[in-house]
Ligand binder design. Structure first.
Ligand code: PNW
Length: 466
């Protein structure tokens, strides 16, 4: 097998075929041309946080090698490309008091080149890299962040919105909040179990809602674009389908990952009942009586309900879920969730241990979203397959993965009637995979991040003649 074959006729002619990247993972140029530092610069420079103390200081050097990335995009014949803006490249201290013209020039060139090549850009405003200056002000834990984010978003809509029509405000609030503030494995590296995670998630929803409303009121009638928030979710099934406790735990598992953000935005304007009742019950159980852990949405600011023009889904893997409500545990997110996800022995694992390969889980998740969240138009904004160990350009197993995944999406479209509008492979390039550094490779193109040239080489799964 040499390359992915699309199921013929299965996809509508205007289906979006894209690949995705994120600024910190590919750009490098961490302090070039006036860019301010972000929390990921600080986190990686601190040592002991990332595989072999690697950093995104240079990464794929897309800041200087954008022309090479463009060639990759052209070679694949993509119709769409999803990138993220580095907030502190545009606004070095995070505020609109000071704009970095070189940053604006860089993204203008990227956007203009894409459009000149008939590639539609989708831009993420925030993909994990908060300006350090705003972190020093309290970061995502400070209520002020919604104001800062809204100003940044308006600046971007004003500056680039004549050409960018697809916007993502925040990428994966779950991952940002859980890994950054509960587990401490992502920047800013805080371990404050059971508390900050909900505050940060809440402020991300507030920030998102403000930005969507700004777009809706001031830009939509002029620019005609769409704005959403990218939510990651596993697909979950009960470990023992005959156990009512596991069945209940599975619903809870989904609510604590996806419902946490999707329910406020697509369903009720508030958190899922499962989350509210579990957290309340745990407060009583543990005698926790300080400020409410799960904040409330206030009447005097925009509510998140209805603040997404499409559903942006990042899907990687599936889990079998068992109930853990009888386990004793300290105050923590997982104690609240009381559901543990395990992988099935029969699922192959690709590269990283968390990534069990379950393409059929995507079809089921798409159907679940259709049924739970009001049949939204869905873009799959990330999905991919990683490789570890020796570089294999002949990536037969990744090819099979994409083949199987596209079959499942085709079935979701045709048999389940899910309104899927597009698919973005994670990622265009092998890149800086956060705490795993360059040891985990998700690219459609290989980039040797240890060499000075940083040459891009196509993997076989996407059509290389080796
Ligand atoms: C996503 N997990 O993050 C991100 O949006 C990308 O930046 C990242 O490179 C990609 O997935 C691959 O990891 C995730 O451990 C990181 O469950 C980790 C997890 C999920 C998503």
């Amino acid at each position: 097998m040499s390359e992915i074959k699309l199921p013929v006729g299965a996809f509508p002619p205007d289906f979006a075929w894209g690949a995705a990247t994120a600024a910190y993972q590919i750009e490098g140029g961490w302090n070039m041309d006036g860019k301010g530092p972000s929390i990921w610069d600080t986190f990686c420079h601190a040592k002991g946080k990332v595989y072999e103390d690697q950093t995104g200081d240079v990464a794929c050097n897309s800041y200087q090698l954008w022309d090479e990335d463009l060639k990759c995009i052209q070679q694949l014949g993509l119709t769409h490309y999803r990138l993220s803006f580095s907030w502190s490249r545009l606004l070095p201290d995070g505020t609109t008091n000071c704009v970095n013209p070189k940053g604006v020039m860089y993204y203008n060139k990227v956007i203009n080149d894409l459009i000149a090549n008939a590639v539609t850009p989708m831009v993420t405003l925030y993909h994990f890299d908060l300006p350090q200056a705003l972190e020093n002000h309290g970061g995502w834990k400070s209520p002020d962040i919604a104001d800062f984010f809204d100003s940044y978003a308006r600046f971007c809509f004003e500056t680039f919105g004549d050409r960018v029509k697809l916007w993502i405000t925040v990428n994966e609030p779950y991952v940002c909040a859980k890994f950054g503030y509960e587990d401490g494995i992502f920047a800013p590296g805080l371990k404050e179990p059971g508390t900050s995670v909900y505050l940060v998630g809440h402020n991300m929803l507030r920030a998102h809602a403000r930005a969507w409303h700004s777009y809706d009121a001031n830009f939509r009638h002029l620019q005609g674009g769409k704005v959403s928030i990218a939510l990651n979710s596993d697909w979950a099934v009960p470990l023992d389908p005959a156990s009512p406790k596991d069945v209940e735990a599975t619903a809870r598992y989904m609510d604590f990952i996806l419902g946490w953000f999707a329910c406020p935005v697509f369903c009720t304007g508030d958190y899922p009942e499962t989350m509210k009742s579990r957290i309340e019950a745990r407060n009583l159980e543990l005698g926790f009586s300080k400020a409410p852990r799960l904040p409330k949405f206030l009447e005097d600011e925009p509510n998140p309900l209805g603040t997404a023009d499409f559903f942006a889904l990042n899907y990687y893997t599936s889990r079998k879920v068992k109930d853990t409500s009888s386990h004793r545990s300290e105050l923590s997110f997982s104690g609240d969730q009381a559901a543990e996800g395990v992988t099935d022995q029969s699922w192959p694992v690709c590269g990283v241990s968390w990534l069990a390969v379950v393409p059929e889980g995507l079809r089921k998740l798409l159907k679940y979203i259709k049924e739970t969240y009001n049949n939204p138009a869905i873009y799959i904004t990330e999905n991919g397959f990683s490789q570890t160990g020796p570089v294999q350009l002949e990536d037969i197993d990744r090819c099979q993965f994409y083949q199987d995944t596209l079959q499942e999406i085709a079935k979701a479209l045709r048999e389940d009637g899910v309104d899927v509008r597009g698919y973005f492979a994670w990622s265009l390039l092998d890149n800086f995979e956060w705490t795993e550094g360059f040891s985990v490779r998700f690219g459609l193109f290989h980039v040797d991040c240890y060499s000075a040239e940083l040459k891009r080489s196509i993997y076989r799964s996407v059509g290389a003649e080796l």
